[in-house]
Design a protein around this ligand. Structure first.
Ligand SMILES: [Zn+2]
Ligand SMILES: [Zn+2]
Length: 379
């Protein structure tokens, strides 16, 4: 393989990822066979894994990278410490990379972990060579975060925080339970490797494995299994199109504990201003994507042009109705926020939305039956 043109290897990262992986697999197994583990090892592994994971998902990702809600300082400090424990660089650096990823998704020259450069590259390869050297300290896309005291505190003390948490927590637990090596292996190495690779899966697997219900303009996929491993981040197709929504899994049955955490925090007064995309906009994206996917099937049918024209007309009517509902809903939210006593106007808007919802329901049913069986469009 010709590697002459490739940037130089970052030996610190290579050694670190390899070393922790060997400790987490060979080390943990070997020690387990000889000395064994207790339930305390596994319970603390789970707690530490959740602390790291949720600090990344609710903190680094949904709070700082995308500003989907505002958090109390207590929560911010917790995420800053948990993020350092997860050892994924500072929140400022992580968010900067992540914002570039969203802005230039799948662009092999600009997306720092472009899935189009292959699974290995998007998973871990991008961190093993000096691919990012030119823009490493460029945080111009995070000027807002540079004004956040907690973000800058963590950025300044990142190495200290990372060392104190990664050695301090396992050693402290080991001292309490009289098994320092066992806890360093399980809560230190194994937790770190699990936390790293499940997060990395979002850049790799979540861009190749799963469905695309909302858009096929980028490689991001929705995947329930990945959501289970990543505290809800597996609904990545939805996330890439609606990145400012604090939810990733929007259905009640979708596993998104990060969303549940943020919502719970809002009940406790620790989070506010939770952003949600209106259901009409979500539905619009879904319907457009269904049409996009169905095109191939439609054009294989006899009378394809005619069927397509009818479906396209139905689609436009449906989109117009969804936009109208969305507009009214926005008006309703705005008028509810204003202190003006416009109760009457609000009640009218509500009634209008309810009526439109009824016709929308019928229109939607007709359109879906046509798209599932396009022949009936011209019968
Ligand atoms: Zn992505
Ligand atoms: Zn994101």
């Amino acid at each position: 393989m010709n590697t002459a043109h490739k940037p130089s290897i970052i030996w610190l990262n290579v050694t670190f990822f390899l070393g922790t992986f060997i400790l987490a697999t060979v080390g943990v197994t070997w020690y387990g066979f000889i000395y064994g583990y207790t339930s305390a090892h596994w319970v603390w592994l789970l707690i530490a894994f959740m602390f790291c994971g949720m600090s990344i998902t609710a903190g680094y990702h949904r709070l700082w990278s995308h500003k989907t809600y505002e958090a109390h300082n207590f929560l911010k400090y917790l995420f800053a410490i948990g993020g350092a424990f997860a050892l994924q660089n500072s929140a400022l650096h992580w968010s900067s990379d992540h914002r570039v990823h969203h802005k230039h998704v799948d662009n092999n020259d600009k997306d720092p972990y472009s899935a189009k450069r292959g699974f290995w590259y998007s998973h871990i390869g991008w961190m093993l060579r000096e691919y990012q050297a030119a823009r490493y300290d460029d945080y111009r896309n995070c000027r807002d975060l540079q004004k956040d005291k907690v973000v800058m505190w963590q950025h300044k003390h990142y190495v200290t925080l990372a060392l104190v948490t990664n050695f301090g927590i396992p050693i402290l637990l080991g001292a309490i339970y009289s098994d320092i090596i066992g806890f360093v292996l399980v809560v230190g190495a194994l937790r770190l490797v699990l936390s790293h690779h499940t997060t990395f899966f979002i850049n790799s697997l979540a861009h190749v494995w799963g469905t695309q219900p909302y858009t096929s303009k980028n490689t991001a996929r929705d995947n329930g299994i990945l959501a289970f491993l990543t505290f809800g981040e597996g609904y990545h197709n939805f996330h890439h199109i609606f990145e400012h929504d604090y939810r990733n899994g929007i259905r009640w049955w979708q596993f998104d504990p990060t969303k549940w955490l943020i919502r719970s925090c809002s009940y406790l007064g620790l989070a506010k201003g939770l952003k949600r995309v209106s259901r009409y906009r979500i539905e619009k994206a879904r319907i457009l994507q269904t049409m996009q996917t169905a095109q191939g099937k439609i054009f294989q049918l006899p009378n394809a042009e005619q069927i397509h024209a009818v479906l396209e007309q139905e689609l436009q009517n449906l989109i117009a109705k969804l936009s109208e509902c969305d507009e009214l809903k926005t008006q309703l939210i705005k008028s509810a926020k204003s202190n003006v006593k416009e109760k009457y106007e609000q009640a009218l808007l509500r009634v209008k939305i309810e009526q439109l919802d009824l016709t929308l329901k019928e229109q939607r049913r007709r359109w879906y039956s046509m798209i599932n069986n396009p022949r009936i469009a011209i019968n």
